[in-house]
Design a protein around this ligand. Sequence first.
Ligand code: UDX
Length: 436
Amino acid sequence: MKIAVAGTGYVGLVAGVCFAEIGHDVVCVDIDGAKVKKMKQGISPIHEEGLEELMKKNYAEGRVDYTTDYKTAYRDADAVFIGVGTPERPDGSADLAHIATVARQIAESIEKDCLVVVKSTVPVGTNDKVEQFIRDFLKNGVKFEVASNPEFLAQGTAVKDTLQAARIIIGTESKWAEELLIKIYEPFNIPIVSVSRRSAEMIKYASNDFLALKISYMNDIANLCELVGADIQDVAKGMSYDERIGAKFLNAGIGYGGSCFPKDTKALEYLAKQHGYELRTVKAAIDVNTAQKTMLYKKASRRLITFSGLKVAVLGLTFKPGTDDLREAPSLDNIPLLLEHGADIIAYDPVGSDHFAKLYPEGKNLNGTIKYVNCPLETLKDANVCFVFTEWSEVRSVKPADYKRLMRTPLVYDGRNIHTLTAMKEAGVEYHSIGR
Ligand code: UDX
């Protein structure tokens, strides 16, 4: 099958390369010429395990190519997958400008029957609008339809999540579209759930928001655990044996971040509001998460009175390990607060420091200073306090004795519960974590 993919971010690039890997003839389209040139050399614009290997292999074997020339790419494609971003607007709604641009380009380019597949996360009903939009701008009298095919990959495990997905959701409004999508996905050998377009769109939000809710619920319970003297990790373990609850996404912490959960919870709440409905559960998840992100900062502020002139070690900047993505990362809520209050920050992240330094360059910043180092232990030297924001393996490998040995005062606020209370106590570290 000849497949074109619009957008080479997490959704588009990974889908395109995986389609090539299972044997389709793929061309990935992006407006950024420099990015396209790099991708042809096998250099991925995103940090994702196993992706560059697949890019190089499939490019060398002629199954995937990259271009800015959308007209040629779309002209004779059997299917065009849209994987461009749908960023969050200030009011929580999804910005569909990129989708509209691509839809118009498709309408003006296709010269044979073509299935347009929306992979980007879009509010329920958007696919209907995209179909109408393409119809309005269609240049040649070819047959087309819009289908929904939401993406469930997580950053850091994107390739594995795509090649070995738990399920593939397809939302179509005709047998023609359904059969074509099944034909595209059959080689993956993964269960395919075929539903209507609107249900497919909703499955994506309902799944992501359910997981966000699960995390916020655990964070809420964690905060209560602290007040009543229970341990959230023991509580989670006890809960996990119940198959109805499951063992995954029970980790309490410093709040969920990333490009999906924060955006998708707000977008669904907004969609409900538009329809005169208040989605109270999702709203609660959002509220808990907002408070959770600065929970440790507030605790530390009470303990230390002021951060002014204090040396603050920060371990981890990205929203989770395995990615260089900073979107909605707890570090972005906490570091400006620390800097405003005069902290001198020494930060470590194995891949996220360069991105972070673009927002907060080394040197004087707000009322404090910030410096980036390449080793987690280096942050600790003479530090008055340490914050753990991301549970990278390099961060996990810092031993309780290292905090005691290297810090001026061994005071640690851990947003990821990476150490046991006993080990930290035995090492003589004052340790504050989540829900324990
Ligand atoms: C998520 C979904 O998992 C994926 O299916 C969807 O397509 C996109 O959104 P992603 O944002 O890449 O993927 O990361 P994920 O691993 O789900 O983590 C999201 C956030 O939740 C992170 O900030 C993580 O630290 C946090 N989290 C996750 C917890 O706080 N506790 C947990 O138990 C699990």
